[in-house]
Ligand binder design. Structure first.
Ligand SMILES: CC(C)(COP(=O)(O)OP(=O)(O)OC[C@H]1O[C@@H](n2cnc3c(N)ncnc32)[C@H](O)[C@@H]1OP(=O)(O)O)[C@@H](O)C(=O)NCCC(=O)NCCSC(=O)/C=C/c1ccc(O)cc1
Length: 569
């Protein structure tokens, strides 16, 4: 039996019969130490098991019927108002797939590196790449040239697709690159031209796909260290699309107008906007990049009703949106970082007509793992991330003893579901450290479930800073700091920040006689990393506290930074 079938069978058995060790309120089985989702998918949300199904075929199969597709709007450009209907989207995906296959010779298994901000073209590119069995790998266009080169190299990209303004970052990789949009440069080919010029009569031979084939490699820091390629197969996306459709249905969001400013290069934005909402037939207003004022304008101009968001944006709405008419809003989601009880309550006070649901997810779980089904529950339980999604199981593992813990006890969250990644690309060691031999994903987050099965994330065990919902790995910044000739030793820690969640702070040991300043340290790092990874605060120290094994004692430095703040008050 596969892991998926095993989980389905176990859930079926519990939901049907409630064996004596199983607590139907929390979903906890005291015999196995496993929490199971208390939600069963109805027949209309069954995950398709056809082995040769791929993500693109699955998403396209759910597009509105041909008579509705000509008028049903899939995407709107927030800046220009340009609209793309479902019928146009289907045609451009097909034309681009033809161009990529026949024009550029891209074949099943070839990695296609996508470096672009959000645009109307982004979903077309993702779906066309997936439809020919190629592997999508996406990157943040704010990344530096060296960060991009590393990812191109690691993913083994055969071809790249770049926004014109980012092309210079790809030149040194030597990978053949297409632009997303037309430019006046006659030597470069663009996706727009491929869509317009491909021959619709050319047949696309069946890609001979299997659900177990790799669909995407998305980069994440995992629980430690630098960026790693998360391998997500078609089966993972198909399962996630089904869950997303289920969540759209149970929250009655089918006719909502969604707003997308979340980056489609991360799993949150990719799963929602480039794939999942199209699978659900909704309309999305796309912003090329986040801008608070432009977001408020877009909400009013397009009568936006639904915003999958992150905590800093929700805080911004609480604090800075008094002069705007946001009466069209109906639902706001929060993910990628913890939403504090205070901000959630402030939001509900200011926008009592808006449902606010938090969720929890990771790139390694292909997106959401928990969610709130009803707004009433979310309202009553501010601070919780909701319940396990259908087909998810969890364990709360004591970090000292390794024992699986019952409700209201804190431990590391482990997850199992059909969406959990296959592993990290070319990194068996990191994979083995993250996925147990029996298929549990160790999230590196400290949590507990309450007696009703609601999840509370309380801390992070993994050494990762979350700035604006983006991951920042201290080890990466420490390596850069140590490369400075005047730095003897360095450690990077998170410092709480109301607006961004956390900011990276560096403690630095200067070389004898060095007069290195805080500003020089900040600038040295800023020159080498994407803006969201910048060190934003620096402290000088005589020695970095380390364990006998040489591990940085970050908690001590966090305490020190807190004491320094208090002593300054
Ligand atoms: C909207 C945010 C919160 C704020 O945007 P921002 O104000 O532009 O700030 P940035 O952080 O993007 O930009 C950082 C810097 O880059 C600069 N920048 C900006 N765009 C530019 C530019 N195009 N040129 C040049 N400079 C620029 C920007 O000015 C800024 O500069 P500075 O702070 O002065 O150093 C933005 O950070 C953001 O989208 N964050 C979300 C990240 C995200 O999607 N994370 C999800 C990871 S996956 C995951 O956790 C999944 C969870 C999940 C959970 C639940 C679910 O249900 C499903 C999924």
């Amino acid at each position: 039996m596969s892991a998926e079938e095993e989980m389905d069978a176990a859930a079926e058995q519990r939901l049907g019969g409630s064996p004596p060790d199983f607590d139907g309120r929390s979903g906890f089985d005291s015999r196995t130490g496993v929490y199971s989702s208390l939600i069963k998918l109805g027949a209309q949300h069954r995950v398709p098991t056809r082995p040769d199904l791929d993500t693109a075929t699955f998403v396209l199969s759910q597009f509105p019927s041909p008579d509705c597709a000509e008028s049903r709007v899939a995407l709107i450009d927030s800046a220009t108002g340009r609209r793309v209907t479902y019928a146009e989207l289907r045609r451009s995906i097909r034309m681009l797939a033809t161009g990529l296959y026949h024009g550029l010779g891209i074949r099943k298994g070839d990695a296609v590196f996508l470096l672009a901000p959000n645009s109307l073209l982004y979903p077309t590119i993702c779906l066309a790449v997936l439809s020919i069995g190629a592997v999508l790998t996406t990157a943040n266009p704010l990344n530096t040239q060296s960060e991009i080169s590393k990812q191109v190299d690691d993913s083994g990209a055969k071809v790249a697709i770049s926004a014109p303004e980012e092309l210079h970052k790809l030149l040194q990789t030597g990978v053949p690159t297409l632009l997303t949009h037309r430019t006046c440069d006659e030597n470069s080919l663009s996706i727009e031209e491929l869509i317009d010029c491909s021959d619709p009569a050319l047949e696309l031979p069946p890609a001979q796909m299997s659900q177990s084939d790799t669909a995407a490699i998305l980069y994440s820091s995992g629980t430690t260290g630098t960026s790693k390629g998360v391998i997500l197969t078609h089966a993972k996306f198909i399962a996630m699309m089904t869950l997303l459709k289920w969540s759209v249905d149970i929250t009655s969001s089918n006719n909502d107008v969604f707003l997308c400013f979340l980056p489609m290069f991360h799993v949150y934005g990719l799963a929602f906007f480039a794939l999942g909402l199209l699978h659900s037939g909704t309309t999305t207003v796309v912003m090329p990049r986040f801008d608070f004022k432009a977001m408020l304008d877009a909400i009013q101009a397009y009568q936006v009703s639904n915003i999958p968001a992150v905590p800093p944006v929700i805080l911004g709405l609480v604090k800075n949106s008094s002069s705007c008419d946001l009466s069209s809003l109906r639902r706001v989601g929060s993910g990628a970082a913890p939403l504090s009880k205070e901000v959630a309550e402030g939001f509900r006070e200011k926008f009592p007509w808006v449902e606010l649901r938090t969720g929890y997810g990771l790139t390694e779980s292909c997106g959401a793992a928990t969610y709130f089904v009803t707004d009433e529950q979310a309202k009553a339980l501010a601070g919780s991330s909701g319940r396990l999604l259908p087909r998810f199981c969890a364990k709360v593992v004591d970090t000292e003893t390794g024992l699986a813990l019952p409700p209201n006890r804190e431990g590391e969250l482990w997850l199992k579901s059909p969406t959990v990644m296959k592993g990290y690309l070319g990194n068996a060691e990191a994979t083995a450290a993250t996925i147990t031999s029996d298929g549990w994903l160790r999230t590196g987050d400290l949590c507990y479930f309450d007696e009703d099965g609601f999840l509370y994330i309380v801390d992070r065990i993994k050494e990762l800073i979350k700035h604006n919902g983006y991951q920042v790995a201290p080890a990466e910044l420490e390596a850069i700091l140590l490369s400075h000739p005047s730095v003897l030793d360095a450690a990077v820690i998170p410092v709480e920040d109301e607006a961004a969640g956390q900011i990276p702070m560096a403690y630095v040991v200067r070389a004898a006689g060095s007069e290195l300043t805080q500003q020089e340290v900040i600038q040295f790092v800023a020159g080498q990393v994407a803006p969201y990874k910048k060190v934003r605060k620096v402290g000088f120290i005589n020695a970095i506290p380390r364990s006998t094994a040489g591990k940085i004692l970050r908690k001590q430095l966090v305490l020190l930074s807190q004491q320094e703040v208090i002593s300054r008050l």
